[in-house]
Ligand binder design. Sequence first.
Ligand SMILES: C=C(O[C@@H]1C=C(C(=O)O)C=C[C@H]1O)C(=O)O
Length: 445
Amino acid sequence: MESPPRDGQVSAEPTGSALVSRACELSDCDPRPFLAGRDAPRTYWTSPYGPEFAGGGTAARVTASGTDRFEEVREDADDLFAELDYNGPDRARPRLFGGFSFHEDHDPSPPWQGFGAAEFVLPRTQLTRANGETWLTVSDRDTTPEAVERELAEVRETLTDAPEGTNSDPPGVVAAEPTTTREEWAAQVSAAVSRIEAGDLRKVTLAQALAVELADEVSVPAALARLGESYPDCFRFCFEPTTEGAFFGATPERLATLRGRTVETDALAGSVGRGDTPEEDAELEASIENSEKMAHEHGLVVETIRDQLSPVSGEVRVADRRVRKLATIQHLWTPIEADLTDSDHVLSIVEALHPTPAVGGLPPAKALTTIRETETFDRGWYAAPVGWFDAEGDGTFAVGIRSAVTDGDSATLFAGNGIVGDSDPDEEYEEVQLKYRPILDELER
Ligand SMILES: C=C(O[C@@H]1C=C(C(=O)O)C=C[C@H]1O)C(=O)O
């Protein structure tokens, strides 16, 4: 569970509030027909052990760009939540859902049309499923509680008549065009390795994109439901700011959860495939556990996260390194926790941690310049923070990897790998292909 139940309400003002939210319990509601019945912006989020959220429409939108984007979102959200009139249970409280682009100077152009440098939506209707309960929350601005209560009752009625036939199969892939050939990749990796050997860089994560043409229109809610079966331990998300595009994925990597003063994050770096037999799988597992190169690559991520959290927390608890097994890949993984010395907002933690060297590199500024100069596609929101936060500043963000952006008929998939001094271009190429698998498998028939 991301947030333990709390007794208090977020805030309650009698009437005339700028933002009014009301909630009611439902017997149950599948997020697929719920989302099919909503207009963009639409949003979906679930962490491995819940809660699960689906949202449609806009009660409020918070956007920002440039170097102060994290702070600007936080300030605008604080103003918005300061006016909140909500009298429902804590678990159904309204939240802002969204994310950020990887680079701060992001310019939304295809396939990223509609995706700003920071983009959050407080849904007009929010479905929350947690602990066996399902709640519907309706929010609106500059209105009365009576009007919101009426709308809540109306929406609830339509949900009992949820559209049928929303179960859809994978769309099928008719063509796939990589941005980077094997030869180009080898040249890119070799150039990065030379910079690392020259002492200019310590690590950089280079990525590729794969543009796929689909045979049929993809149903993202259906793809996310299938991903839940094959990747139950991952955060699954979809953010669709306009009808022009949806960014979705199933990521194993938590960027930050803030609950009260406790921060949870992950160092996840170092990858190998899964074996076809238990013996082969154990051999592969041993190969990453015993690899000096992977220990170095992973250690840089752990050390950087520790350094980033130390100034704001009393103690940083670094768990033992272990192997995290997913359906198609296994990773070196170190869960990390810290207790903040002062109360803070999850966005401040997100700002401090993004990008971790697992998706950026070290030193950060040089790695980002290398990424910009090397990659021939736009990362957009790939490998960037996606998630939600609430009026208290609590929330969860994941790293938007194992992901794709789609306009329905086509999709662009993204995958990358950390490069260090002894990286071999061919091995790194194979590892990157593994990281397309979660999404590609859901698109292929
Ligand atoms: C960059 C990606 O994955 C990241 C890089 C990893 C690596 O270099 O081994 C492992 C997990 C992620 O932190 C991706 O999936 O696209």
